[in-house]
Design a protein around this ligand. Structure first.
Ligand code: GLA
Length: 397
């Protein structure tokens, strides 16, 4: 389906669900996209660089102020992906509770209130076509959509960087996931036809054109999710901090491969390899951004494969299914239209991202899914996406 039509349909469905559930039309409709990271994995929390783009998949929220006083100090949420509705506090003292799908919403509302934005009681329907748990930042898209809704309800906008940071804080405190800043930044700041080179230390984004019609970004969802991400992610983060401490630098951003090798004796094998991934990945990301600017696709492709190998061998966050998808892509090769491929996101399942020649994109998509299905018995889901717009208000009262 045409992607604009898909977006319109998603918003119409959200409006329809709201009307069905609440018996009136929503006064606001907002949207925020998921993301795919082209390169720069597990570098954001090391003060490094990342190169994501927003994708044409989004979380849409249709909402209105609560009718009457039944929802005193609270908001009622309905999610099309969840069986039961949820209620969160919008007034009084708000604290993190047990982690639940509504925790993301609660955390963002709490952060907005701290920033002086008071939404008041509201009712909302959440509807999304970002695959859940697929490594495409469905949770950041939800957080950023909620922050965009609160801005609309409160009649005041936040500084975009403050908005991204507030969403990250919600994820830390209310979902207890110590994520970096990449996902929230790109969901707020994404632009059509541009990827974002983000300096995670300076919190400065440089938009890089990704508008060559002969190249397509293809996302393949392995449709597996190994329940390791939750426990392994904080461990990786802690290992990086420990490696930086041993190396005597503020963050691995400040280390070099030469410095790492000189300190090898002082590091455990594990710390050495984790640090080697991060340091080399930051180099690859900067190199890939330069290559992207020059439309040097061959170099970008080579760096993507190198990134995958490093995530698989040194950082150990890949899995059999992701490795298989990358191997299939590599075997299709340049002759078959694949320029480069790697796992994307936190790892342990989720998606790969490939750069493919546009005129062969459909054949590549078909071959990747077919061969993956034959080897695993699992049906992959694949779609192409152009870099998309960040969060926006689609309808305003
Ligand atoms: C998750 C986190 C991001 C980032 C990636 C790995 O998506 O939310 O902040 O660390 O993993 O690059």
């Amino acid at each position: 389906m045409n992607t604009q039509r898909a977006a319109d349909r998603l918003a119409e469905e959200a409006v329809g669900l709201f009307e069905e559930q609440m018996g009136r039309s929503p006064r606001w409709v907002v949207a925020a996209p998921g993301r795919v990271n082209l390169i720069g994995e597990h570098t954001d929390y090391n003060d490094g660089f990342v190169l994501p783009m927003a994708i044409e998949r989004r979380v849409v929220i249709a909402a209105d102020r609560a009718a009457g006083s039944a929802l005193d100090g609270r908001a009622r949420l309905i999610s099309s992906a969840e069986k039961a509705p949820a209620t969160i506090a919008v007034d009084g003292e708000i604290r993190p509770g047990e982690v639940h799908w509504s925790s993301y919403v609660q955390g963002v509302v709490a952060g907005c209130r701290e920033a002086g934005l008071k939404p008041g009681p509201f009712e909302a329907v959440i509807h999304s076509d970002v695959p859940l748990g697929g490594g495409l930042s469905s949770s950041a898209a939800l957080e950023v959509a909620v922050a965009t809704l609160v801005e609309a309800l409160a009649g005041r906008t936040l500084d975009p960087i403050a908005k991204a940071l507030l969403c990250q804080k919600a994820e830390h405190e209310y979902a207890r996931m110590p994520c970096g800043i990449m996902d929230q930044f790109i969901s707020v700041l994404g632009e059509p036809d541009r990827a974002m080179l983000l300096d995670c230390r300076a919190q400065r984004a440089e938009m890089v054109a990704l508008d060559d019609p002969s190249v397509t970004v293809l996302i393949v969802n392995s449709n597996v999710k190994h329940e390791l991400t939750g426990s392994e992610y904080p461990q990786r983060r802690a290992a990086c901090e420990e490696a930086a401490r041993i190396l005597g630098v503020a963050a691995l951003r400040d280390a070099t491969l030469e410095g790492l090798d000189a300190a090898r004796e002082r590091l455990s094998e594990e710390h050495y390899r984790r640090a080697r991934h991060v340091i080399s990945e930051i180099n690859r990301t900067l190199h890939a951004a330069e290559a992207l600017k020059g439309r040097d696709w061959q170099t970008v492709g080579r760096l993507m494969y190198a990134s995958h190998a490093s995530l698989r061998d040194d950082y150990e966050v890949s899995c059999e299914e992701l490795d298989l998808l990358v191997e299939i892509a590599r075997s299709i090769g340049v002759a078959g239209g694949v320029i480069g491929c790697r796992m994307t996101g936190g790892g342990f399942g989720g998606c790969t991202v490939s750069l493919v020649e546009s005129r062969k994109a459909e054949a590549v998509r078909e071959a990747l899914c077919r061969q993956y299905g034959e080897k695993t018995g699992i049906e992959a889901a694949a779609f192409a996406s152009r870099p998309a717009q960040g969060a926006c208000v689609l309808r305003r009262a």
